[in-house]
Design a protein around this ligand. Structure first.
Ligand code: FAD
Length: 521
């Protein structure tokens, strides 16, 4: 290309100088904190966040997955301060109770299982052990599952591959409103300007349809070049102004309501989220340092709101601390998460029920992707298409993982569970289930969010029985196979016995909250 072309391109591709974030929930403040950290500097864009106290936030969203550690690093957070300020507890995985059948439970742990041998994954040896009569569940080979069940916690030792603690990964369970406040403080320190006010109109360029500003109730117009729609389920810019259609996945994920209520603590807690299956959905239990978050996610076609609320209130470990908070949603996402100069982040872009605590991660990955494809004022179509295809694929991957929990069940004790058990799974999921069923093989597509260990945890936990295993797992003789399995179990159990309880760990780190802040009966 002649030099002139580059120069012209460069001159027309003006940098973005004003970013406007509409909404100050978890999504808005996560985006504000990350963008202001990365794009800071005299030549960086101004960042304005508009939010309305009168409208408020959804006020839920308290369990996370290990990727949040990377987000905290990007923000330069001190972990102990973060834990103390957000009243966080640690999370080593999710315990699924009654999902396969009433009375059964398993843990989807963070980290990996056992020890890979002879170049193949550990679980093939576990399957071989079962064939030889060893009935031990997978949980016994996961340090995160065993520590979680024992109420223990310690940081992973990833720099020491010989330590069983190198197999551990963790995340947090925190107070959603404290998290938003914590991020707000950092974002404002990094130069983000917060504007209080209710957006009553989205102003668009008459020719291009690009958004040029948002008008507030007091008539002020906040102008910008790039708009992040973090307005929650209302999707003010992407859904309402730009009318980007919603891709509805409720045929696969029929739960469309939730009722949430926090309650008092009851003694020491395991570093685990718990999900208990209910007749028309499931109930979450998220223990934090000062209280427990609870909620009941259900299908309104199979249970009414009063019955769902009663069921939740009848199954709390402590006294309720607030009135029940009722929420409505539809599984799916906007067909284009980025349209023109608007990007939908958080609930404004889409929603998948919190079964695997992925919504905060989706916010984080959208922000990371926005940074990767950060536009100029020319808004290149190729980058926008790429952003959209990657984000949609991430939503689809998570959807398939969630559907697995419902589809692979023996439950047939209610209309809801019969519907789930009989539903036609999305194509990719059907293939994954079939591969595991036929030969114990677990595949992870294109760096998808959930690893082989996660797929294994849920496929095995939900009772899918492989008919065979990798032939290499038969190369040890029977006695050696059983001996090796027992040795791995002992190593895991010994490592867990040496770990402090979660409460001891928090106290050692100086990240425990004051005893007076703990809400107990
Ligand atoms: P919101 O919190 O709704 O914030 C929207 C913001 O937009 C608010 O500040 C509001 O004031 C503002 N706004 C709206 N309209 C206007 C207007 N006209 N003018 C000005 N401001 C406006 N995620 C997890 O990762 N883990 C979980 O365990 C989890 N559990 C969940 C349980 C349920 C039942 C639900 C529904 C969600 C859960 N999530 C979870 C998701 C998580 O809560 C959200 O992803 C996260 O809180 C992001 O929300 P948000 O910021 O997009 O929306």
């Amino acid at each position: 290309y002649p030099i002139g072309t580059f120069r012209e391109l460069f001159l027309t591709a003006k940098p973005i100088s004003r970013i406007v974030i509409v909404g100050g929930g978890t999504a808005g403040w996560m985006a504000a904190a990350a963008l202001s950290r990365v794009l800071a500097g005299p030549r960086g864009p101004s960042i304005t966040l508009v939010e309305s106290e009168a409208i408020g936030t959804v006020g839920v969203g308290e369990a996370t997955i290990p990727q949040i550690i990377g987000f905290n690093k990007l923000l330069g957070l001190d972990e102990n301060e973060f834990v103390r300020e957000t009243h966080a507890a640690y999370k080593l995985g999710i315990e699924f109770v009654d999902w396969l059948r009433p009375g059964h439970s398993y843990i989807h742990p963070f980290g990996t299982y056992g020890l890979d041998m002879l170049g193949i994954e550990f679980h093939h040896f576990w399957l071989r052990g079962r064939e030889l009569g060893d009935p031990t569940q997978l949980d016994a080979y996961s340090i995160a599952a065993a520590a979680g069940a024992a109420g223990k916690f310690f940081w992973p030792q990833s720099g020491n591959p010989k330590s069983p603690l190198s197999k551990l990964a963790y995340a947090f369970q925190f107070d959603a409103s404290r998290y938003a406040r914590f991020l707000r403080k950092r974002a404002e320190q990094q130069g983000v300007v917060r504007q209080e006010g209710k957006v009553i109109e989205v102003v668009q360029d008459a020719d291009s349809g690009f958004v040029t500003g948002v008008r507030l109730e007091d008539k002020r117009v906040i102008e910008g070049e790039l708009f992040l729609d973090c307005s929650g389920f209302r999707s003010l810019l992407l859904g309402q102004a730009l009318e980007v259609p919603f891709e509805d996945w409720s045929k696969w994920l029929p739960c469309d309501r939730a009722v949430a209520v926090p309650c008092t603590l009851a003694g020491e807690h395991q570093p685990l989220t718990r999900s208990t299956a209910r007749p028309a959905g499931w109930q979450w239990r998220i223990p934090l340092q000062h209280r427990i978050g609870n909620g009941h996610v259900f299908s309104s076609a199979h249970m009414d709101q009063d019955a769902a609320t009663d069921l939740l209130l009848a199954n709390l470990d402590g006294d309720p601390l607030a009135e029940p908070n009722h929420l409505r949603f539809t599984a799916g996402h906007r067909e284009r998460l980025w349209d023109k100069n608007v990007i939908g982040i958080g609930l404004a872009g889409g929603f998948l029920e919190p079964l695997e605590s992925t919504a905060i991660h989706l916010v984080q990955s959208s922000v990371a992707r926005l940074l990767a494809y950060f536009p100029t004022a020319a808004f290149g179509g190729a980058e926008i298409d790429r952003f959209n295809s990657e984000t949609a694929r991430e939503y689809r991957d998570i959807r398939d993982f969630l559907v697995l929990h419902y589809k692979a069940t023996e439950r047939d004790d209610s209309e809801f569970w019969r519907y789930c058990r009989d539903l036609e799974p999305p194509e990719g999921l059907a293939e994954k289930i079939e591969l595991f069923r036929s030969s114990g093989r677990v595949i992870r597509e294109h760096e998808e969010l959930f690893t082989e260990a996660s797929w294994l945890a849920v496929m095995a936990g939900q009772g899918i029985e492989p008919q065979s295993y990798h032939p290499v797992a038969a190369l040890f003789d029977d006695a050696e196979t059983l001996q090796r399995l027992e040795h791995i179990r002992q190593v895991v159990a010994h490592a867990v016995s040496q770990m402090p309880t979660q409460d001891q760990f928090l106290a050692q780190q100086g990240s425990a909250i004051d005893a007076s802040e703990r809400l107990t009966r």
